[in-house]
Design a protein around this ligand. Sequence first.
Ligand SMILES: [Zn+2]
Length: 182
Amino acid sequence: MEAIELDETFWRRRAEELQHALDSRIVIEQAKGVLAERLGLDIEGAFNVLRGAARGERMKAHDLASAVVKNRDTPQTIVRFLARNPHLFHVSSRDERVARTEEFFKRVNDTMRNELGDGDGNFLCECGNIACTEKLALNAEDLRLLHSIEGYFAVLPGHQIPEIETLVKENGRYAIVHNNMG
Ligand SMILES: [Zn+2]
């Protein structure tokens, strides 16, 4: 009898461990995706950042991954790690990073636009600065037309990057830019 109970405890614990390992893997995958998108790295680069940052501060990769997924701001642990290892950013060039950031915000805005349907909305600035969280007021239909042309983005006036982008049109509320990399 005692042996059977022991057995059950063992298997229950084993199942919990496996579930935990699985959850852990999922959250790490999510964090890799978030970091890749946010920092303009590829998935492998994002994993190196996550693992390196966790190791550097004796944290579990899983705990850091949860912090990445749950918070809008990038954890200070990761910021510190990147500050000490700036070469990791050179995995992709600045121009590629800018283009990827623009594409990311464009995707977010298109999702918002689809939910909004028609009318004016507050969209996110689509500039190439990953830290920019400013909003711009734009008509949903105007945005749809704008996004139907590849390489066109809506940014706040002054947020364009002249080395990479051409200013197509500007009014008081927003500027339309064309990314020349595309
Ligand atoms: Zn901006």
